[in-house]
Ligand binder design. Structure first.
Ligand code: PMV
Length: 322
């Protein structure tokens, strides 16, 4: 029986987190840690989900009952993706979905956005529905908002378009940035952050001190604009300084953490061009930009400071059929 498989990359935020939720730009790169979804037509009207690497085995539900009743956390994104696809493009049969992941969801590389994109991309291929990247984005964005209520969709854009992008939410502006020659070191703090909680905390601060927080977002926007130009000109020491500046603002915003600060300072002292947290903050990962000469030093410094230095290829390809 025929089936279709789609594979999507994870992501790392380079510049502009939090501000991007409020319409300011950000820069995101796709990470070559991928999530694939295989779809096959079922002979009933149910969705059957088999996602062993996230602990889901033989989950089954009628398409007509999607998003009703108890939904286990592990299948929430897949269920929302299937719901949004079938709502827009109704079909006569159900579907078998199987996922395979080559990244650990604990690092915050965007497994939920990657699984959502792969799922809808594979369903469209299976049922012969032609979707533009923008249409794919819109379906995925609805699905993600169904599950977590907040978010800019930057992670979906990275999974769909791939490579490195200047992005304004919700996919109002998506344009490539030439980040392929840069070397990034990733340091994992060992602490899993809950993005929606931190986004809501910033939302709360913004409603209490709108002037102050908007001022910080404005400064972030200027950094993003300068960073795009500096990256395209391969001015890595400028890009590094801008990362340090972006980090200071995130610190002031209250989203950094002791563990992140320790790893960031260690990387800066070990000769990185610059370093900052990546994503919502509160834990997860920091990133450091390095030249070849300093990579080993910076990795060593991150490890000695209690982090886990990770390797990942950035500027990865967006979603494709396998
Ligand atoms: O924590 P992450 O890697 O999912 O990144 C969140 C980035 C935010 O700007 C804080 C939220 C968003 O949806 O853009």
């Amino acid at each position: 029986m025929s089936f279709k498989t789609s594979s999507s990359p994870g992501k790392l935020m380079l510049f502009g987190e939090h501000a991007v939720v409020y319409g300011y730009p950000c820069i995101v790169t796709a990470v070559d840690q991928r999530m694939s979804v295989s779809a096959r037509v079922a002979d009933d009207k149910d969705v059957h989900i088999h996602a062993p690497d996230i602990g889901v085995r033989e989950y089954q539900k009628p398409i007509a009952q999607l998003r009703m009743g108890e939904i286990p956390k592990a299948v929430a994104f897949i269920e929302a993706a299937v719901f949004r696809f079938f709502e827009k493009h109704p079909q006569h049969s159900g579907v078998y979905l199987t996922t395979a992941s080559d990244f650990s969801s604990q690092f915050g590389f965007g497994s939920s956005s990657a699984v959502t994109v792969s799922c809808i991309h594979a369903l469209a291929a299976l049922f012969g529905v032609a979707l533009t990247k923008k249409q794919l984005f819109q379906l995925c964005y609805q699905a993600v908002l169904d599950v977590q209520g907040v978010g800019s969709g930057f992670d979906l854009a990275a999974a769909i378009w791939g490579q490195t992008l200047y992005y304004v939410s919700p996919a109002k502006v998506v344009r490539p940035v030439h980040f392929d020659k840069a070397k990034l070191i990733i340091g994992y703090t060992g602490i899993k952050a809950d993005t929606p909680t931190i986004v809501r905390m910033v939302q709360e601060k913004r409603s209490q001190s709108p002037k102050k927080i908007e001022g910080l977002f404005h400064n972030i926007m200027h950094i993003v604009e300068q960073a795009e130009a500096a990256i395209n000109k391969e001015q890595w020491s400028v890009v590094g300084s801008l990362m340090n500046e972006n980090q200071s603002i995130l610190h002031e915003l209250g989203v950094s953490s002791k563990e992140l600060d320790v790893l960031i300072t260690a990387a800066q002292k070990a000769g990185a061009y610059g370093a900052k947290l990546s994503g919502a903050g509160g834990g997860d990962c920091m990133i450091a930009l390095c030249d070849d000469k300093h990579i080993a030093n910076v990795e060593q410094a991150i490890q000695s400071a209690g982090g886990v230095a990770l390797h990942a290829n950035i500027h990865a390809k967006g979603v494709y059929s396998q």
